[in-house]
Every structure is written in C-alpha cells, then in structure tokens.
Design a protein around this ligand. Structure first.
Ligand SMILES: [Cu+2]
Length: 141
C-alpha cells in the first residue's frame, strides 16, 4: 500500500488509469424511478472500437446499493432476467442495452431518479480497464 501511495504521488500510475478500453458508448439513459420501487435500469449502446476482443465483467455506480449486468430471456413462456457475468464483444461489435434485453440492473436506488438527473456508471472489463459515462434520467410518461 505504501508503494502504491508513492507511485500515485509520483504520478507513475497515470498511464495505467488512462488506458481505458477502446469502446464507444452512446445513448446512455436511465428510467425515471417508479414511486414505491427501489430498483432501476440503465441502458446504452456500446461498440468495441479496438482491435481486441473485450468483455464486460461488471459495473459500478454510486447511485444504488448494487448494480449488475442483466439480460431478459424468455423461458417457459415467461420473461425472466438473468445476471450476465461476462459479456464479450468482438472487434467492431455493437451491443444495445435496451428495455426487454440487456440492462444495467440497479438494486437499492439511493435517491429516486428524476428526469434530467445524471447517473454515472463505470463498466469494468476483463483486462482490468474501465470506462465511465453519465446517463440521463428519462421520463417514463
Ligand atoms: Cu434486471
């Protein structure tokens, strides 16, 4: 830990923190909170703009107690959600997170989302990189 502090003080870790995954995030948004519920969902479109395969292995946000990558799947004629531990994108591949499909599932939203609010997310990749972006809260009406 002492070494880490020294490296941080010297700015030697800066190149590491700048080596973000080569991705393009567009159209990020979050549903306005439904009164009486404490869960939420975040959506965006992600494209792998690099030349290597990348994998989303997690996400974080300060806006809720927990966040997971989820997917809606049809099983026995019922729409269910399942956690996606790893989502792989080939070079040039695009995945759309949208209602009824992939989403960032927010558990225990701390302050109800109101239209116009910004929610910051960080996506974590299998190689240790991460990418942060702001999603705008959209009205559900
Ligand atoms: Cu979900």
């Amino acid at each position: 830990m002492q070494v880490l502090k020294i490296l941080l003080a010297l700015g030697l870790l800066l190149p590491i923190s700048l080596s973000a995954a080569e991705v393009e995030i567009s159209n990020p948004w979050v549903n306005e909170s439904i009164p009486g519920t404490e869960n939420g969902a975040g959506y965006f479109t992600i494209t792998n703009t690099g030349s290597s395969v990348i994998s989303i292995v997690g996400a974080t946000t300060a806006a809720s107690r927990a966040v997971e990558v989820h997917q809606h799947v049809m099983r026995d004629g019922m729409m269910r959600m399942r956690r996606v531990p790893e989502l792989t994108l080939e070079p040039s591949a695009t995945v759309v997170f949208q209602p009824g499909g992939y989403h960032l599932m927010l558990f225990g939203v701390k302050n109800a989302f109101k239209p116009g609010d910004q929610v910051e997310f960080t996506l974590q990749f299998s190689d240790g990189d991460s990418v942060s972006f702001d999603a705008e809260v959209r009205s559900i009406r």
